[in-house]
Design a protein around this ligand. Structure first.
Ligand SMILES: [Zn+2]
Ligand SMILES: [Zn+2]
Length: 1020
């Protein structure tokens, strides 16, 4: 593998047109000129001569009357929110170089870059004091966002506010004694604090979102931005009133960005809106725009994608090993693979304990080794079953969707997670009686529980957040008494909890809010975060004296007190990507998964051994040769349908596509003479592993979806879906995907491991290689420098990388952008404004780079609006069978001109990218929206609200995504040699996209399914 400097040289050579033929990655250089900025902030220098802007996350300066912008910061800092020092010599801003936001300053010529604040917290939105000695900023270092200030000379910091809500967007008054800021929460508004007096609210935001107060030079007025109901306004209000409403400065329908305006000495406001830098009299009136150009360079790589084979070329070793569990005797393992539950005496071949097309998950031994608890959906919903190991007799134990069973030390009870959606409750069921009690609600998808040795408490991995302003936090072990009285109403979401327990104590802060009685965070993970809220621990040892868990990608053990508190520093047990640790009954060894195998570590001497899993899979393909006679054919590319076509299928491939010929009608003929045959649809952004159950595969196929891609999943479940589908155990679209996201030090989703050591990135890349991930997803808290490293390393393995971020990933070869909007560490999108509008920078970067955009407008209101405006979407047997109640859920909030305009503006980004030659693919973030229905709704929404021609939407769900993934010669279009993934529709979707609803037949890998077959649950 070449070193990085060599790669840089190769890139340069490639740019000069001398790409060395032997290297896997070369790149082309593209220069892009930006003339607009989406959600860009601007600050006018005190002398009124120079503007600082934060276009695409870099600080630039330009003349105040417009012109060419000069970058002061590199592409990796996500540098934002510039503000000039009063002497006009320096600019303060927030930067993400360290993997969290800190306040930095730089001289106006780009020299003397200096870091003013540091630490694991986020410091944002700097504002210089009038005397230049201090910089105010907002920070989550106190458990909520508060206003802090740093003394420039000494670096000393101090809190200026300590409200229970979040305070942010500070601005010193011109006298230096007052400070204006914004709060959220029930008392949300624009506030002014005068010295040590209680703050007073000058603007009641009345439920809207407020931003960015800015003082007039005489201190008599404050400008601010308010966004509500699809309107974003810049207003001005007197600074000494109470709960007023400002007078609007901006014009009707102006898309004002949520950043601080600058007042000029002649009473104008310079602010950003509609992608422009704009100037307008503070009393309202005619505006003028300040034109700029900014040049950025994109290095776009060419590399050979690592492709998988879809031909029967097995046997392959089984890699989709899910939730392995070591027996108390230490000589056997149970696990899920190829769609069933298996038991393996170590050293022997595995034996299947189930044999059905349903999913099994989460097997766990009872402490005496006589029972196994596991979950399955074989009676409909997923629930927990217990199995007598000796007799094989089984009993269903839960009815509330239970998963993640964990036996109490005496074997009489099982703790598990149950209930609907994200707010899964921690519950305990008595094994003999089935009596269920709830231990805790309000935890955001807690991990698999583990019991204290006395059976009176359980520990889980839970999300600890830094504030309620942003949702990200770290996964920390939380200890809960099993028998506390808790009701649904009492339970606080953990997001509201800020108890410190030594955590916040690192910087000398006291806990502000207690957890519920007898609950406490355990402090033993190095750098704070457990790997995930899943099966990565903590797991209490059977003797009660230790816990094991995964952090920084690797396995740890720590001695604990009977109450679970650490008795010393943890010990690292290995140096490889690890997950799913379980203990032997004697507490002497731990079984775990590492990339593509099972291993076991002995605590006594640190010895690590492979646990062989002699199990293979081979792809099963049909062998029949038959003909589909198509009345009309959409081949995935051409805008003209071909009439009267015979498609000859042999096994799993198309072998011939020709004008109808009677002599071909031999043997089986699938008569689609009154239908339109299209390639099967490709869904590029879905989630869901085993937890979606057996039904998910049939549901996707019933809507014509024959290929799906998941940009974040449990890696072993993703592989299990691939393998169980290949062997024909479960019907499912062809699965492409990745494992966990590669994120920064803070995470949100249960499956996402936080980055707490830089070596973790290498482990993650190794994991991707060993499990043959089809894509990598970098997530929103990852620093841009590490993202670049991931992109380079992934490309060397032939794996594409996608993320929510546009720049700078687009400049360093990122392959895709997920979501028009998408969650962002900034609190606002850099791709779309609060009013859902995107400007030239976004369109240009997407179109010129060719990176894929997966809009997912459905989850941002497109689906609900369509469901409201066209309820015939739900007149469908698939709704009754697969999602009773789902149709109702879609119709929320109603249709209004505002909602419609917002969806239209958002969906139009896809059209503009296509018009300018860019690449749009479709995805839906299902199961947030129901599988399959989500995609056909997205297709219709993009045609109706985005005014994208139906042909482009059809290509974006067939040939284009296949090509983007490197499989343009395997599926996504219909011609000889391609995999036989076809759908038969009742009408032509190019003339009316709603025809995509009318799926008569689905052919995947050559197997023909009628809609009725797909609606039918398989027999046990
Ligand atoms: Zn024919
Ligand atoms: Zn997603």
């Amino acid at each position: 593998m070449p070193t990085r400097p060599l790669l840089a040289i190769l890139a340069t050579l490639a740019a000069l047109g001398q790409a060395p033929a032997s290297e896997s990655v070369s790149s082309a250089t593209i220069e892009v000129i930006l003339i607009e900025g989406t959600n860009m902030a601007a600050s006018l220098s005190p002398d009124g001569q120079t503007l600082a802007i934060d276009l695409i996350g870099r600080i630039w300066t330009l003349p105040a009357d417009g012109g060419q912008a000069t970058a002061l910061t590199d592409p990796f800092g996500d540098t934002r929110a510039p503000h000039w020092s009063p002497d006009g010599r320096r600019i303060a801003f927030q930067a993400y170089w360290a993997g969290d936001y800190d306040i930095w300053v730089v001289d106006r010529d780009g020299s003397n870059l200096e870091q003013l604040t540091s630490g694991p917290f986020d410091d944002r939105e700097p504002h210089w004091s009038p005397d230049g000695s201090r910089v105010a900023f907002s920070s989550d270092r106190g458990g909520t966002y508060d206003i802090w200030e740093v003394t420039v000379e000494s670096g000393a910091t101090r809190a200026m506010t300590d409200g229970a809500d979040n305070e942010y967007n500070p601005a010193y008054g011109p006298d230096g004694r007052r400070i204006a800021f914004v709060t959220d929460g029930p008392d949300g508004g624009i506030w002014i604090q005068r010295g040590s007096a209680n703050p007073s609210r000058i603007v009641d935001l009345a439920g809207g979102q407020g931003y960015a107060p800015a003082w007039s030079p005489d201190g008599g007025s404050v400008s601010y931005v308010r966004i509500a109901n699809g309107v974003s306004e810049l207003s001005v209000i007197v600074s000494d009133g109470v709960d007023g409403v400002g007078s609007r400065v901006s014009s009707n329908n102006e898309d004002v960005f949520p950043f601080r305006a600058s007042w000029t000495s002649d009473g104008r406001l310079v602010y950003t809106a509609d992608g422009r830098i704009r100037s307008r009299p503070s009393g309202g009136g005619r505006s003028s725009d300040i034109e700029f150009t900014a040049s950025v360079t994109l290095e776009r790589p060419t590399y050979r994608k690592a492709l998988r084979s879809f031909d029967p070329d097995g046997p392959h070793p089984v890699r989709g090993i899910v939730s392995p569990s070591l027996s108390p005797s230490g000589d056997a393992v149970i696990f899920i693979a190829l769609g069933d539950l298996w038991s393996m005496k170590i050293g022997s071949a595995p034996v299947a304990l189930t044999d059905d097309p349903f999913v099994e998950l989460d097997p766990m031994w009872s402490p005496d080794g006589l029972w196994i608890a596991y979950a399955s959906d074989r009676e409909g919903g997923i629930d927990i079953y217990v199995r007598d190991v000796a007799t094989g007799a089984e009993r269903k134990l839960t009815t509330d969707g239970g998963t993640n069973p964990a036996w109490s030390p005496d074997g009489s009870e099982i703790a598990y997670t149950g209930g609907e959606g994200q707010d899964r409750a921690l519950r305990v069921v008595t094994v003999t009686t089935g009596t269920v009690r709830t231990v805790r609600t309000g935890l955001n998808n807690p991990g698999r529980p583990t019991w204290s040795p006395d059976g009176r408490s359980i520990a889980v991995s839970a999300l600890w957040t830094y504030s309620s302003r942003f949702r990200e936090g770290v996964n920390r072990p939380l200890l809960l008494p099993v028998d506390q009285a808790v009701s649904q109403e009492d339970a606080l979401p953990v997001a509201a909890l800020t108890e410190g327990n030594g955590w916040a104590g690192d910087i000398g802060l006291q806990p502000e809010t207690a957890l519920q009685a007898n609950e406490h965070w355990l402090d033993f993970a190095p750098h704070g975060s457990l790997a995930s809220r899943g099966t990565d621990g903590p797991v209490w040892s059977p003797n009660g004296r230790m816990m094991t868990y995964v952090a920084s990608g690797v396995l740890w053990v720590v001695q604990v007190s009977p109450g679970g508190d650490p008795l010393g520093p943890p010990s690292r047990l290995n140096n490889e990507q690890s997950s799913d640790p379980t203990w032997a009954g004697d507490s002497g060894s731990i079984l775990y998964l590492t990339t593509n195998r099972l291993r076991r570590v002995w605590l006594e001497n640190g010895r690590i051994e492979d646990v062989p899993l002699p199990m293979t899979w081979s792809r099963v393909v049909p062998s029949e040769r038959y003909v589909i006679h198509a009345g009309e054919l959409f081949d995935g590319v051409s805008s003209r349908l071909r009439r009267n076509v015979d498609i000859v299928i042999d096994g799993h491939r198309i072998v011939r596509v020709t004008d109808h010929a009677t002599e071909l009608h031999q043997g089986r003929v699938v008569d689609a003479s009154d239908g339109v045959v299209s390639p099967g649809l490709v869904e590029m952004h879905m989630h869901g592993g085993l937890g979606s159950g057996e039904q998910a595969g049939r549901q996707w196929l019933s809507y014509g979806v024959t290929t799906v891609r998941t940009p974040a999943a449990d890696p072993y479940e993703m592989v299990e879906v691939r393998e169980s589908n290949a062997v024909g155990r479960r019907i499912h679209p062809r699965m492409f995907g990745t494992g966990n996201t590669i994120d920064g030090s803070r995470v949100y989703y249960a499956g996402a491991p936080a980055l707490s050591a830089s070596g973790q990135v290498e482990l993650g890349i190794q994991h991707a290689e060993d499990l043959a991930f089809d894509v990598l997803k970098t997530y929103v808290r990852l620093s841009d420098a590490i993202q670049r490293r991931v992109i380079e390393d992934a490309h060397e393995l032939g794996i594409p990388v996608t993320s929510h971020e546009l720049y700078p990933g687009v400049a360093y070869g990122a392959d895709g952008v997920e979501h028009v909007r998408g969650t962002s560490r900034r609190g606002y999108s850099t791709k779309v404004s609060a009013l859902n509008r995107s400007y030239q920078d976004v369109v240009e970067l997407l179109a010129r780079s060719g990176m894929t955009l997966t809009p997912t407008v459905g989850i941002y209101g497109g689906y609900a609006l369509l469901g409201e405006e066209d309820p015939t979407l739900f007149d469908d047997p698939r709704i009754q069978v697969f999602m009773p109640g789902g149709a109702e859920r879609a119709r929320r909030g109603g249709s209004s001109d505002t909602r419609r305009r917002m969806v239209e503006d958002m969906a139009s980004l896809g059209r503009r990218v296509i018009e300018q030659g860019g690449t749009v693919v479709l995805g839906t973030d299902s199961p947030i929206l129901p599988q399959g229905l989500s995609l056909i709704a997205e297709m219709q929404a993009l045609v109706e609200y985005g005014r994208i021609p139906a042909i482009d939407v059809m290509r974006a769900t067939t040939s284009i995504p296949a090509k983007a993934m490197g499989y343009g010669d395997e599926f996504g279009s219909i011609r000889a040699g391609m995999l036989a993934d076809l759908i038969v529709l009742g009408a032509n979707p190019l003339s009316d996209i709603r025809a995509i609803r009318d799926v008569r037949m689905v052919i995947k890998d050559g197997r023909v399914y009628t809609l009725d077959q797909l609606l039918e649950r398989p027999m046990r």
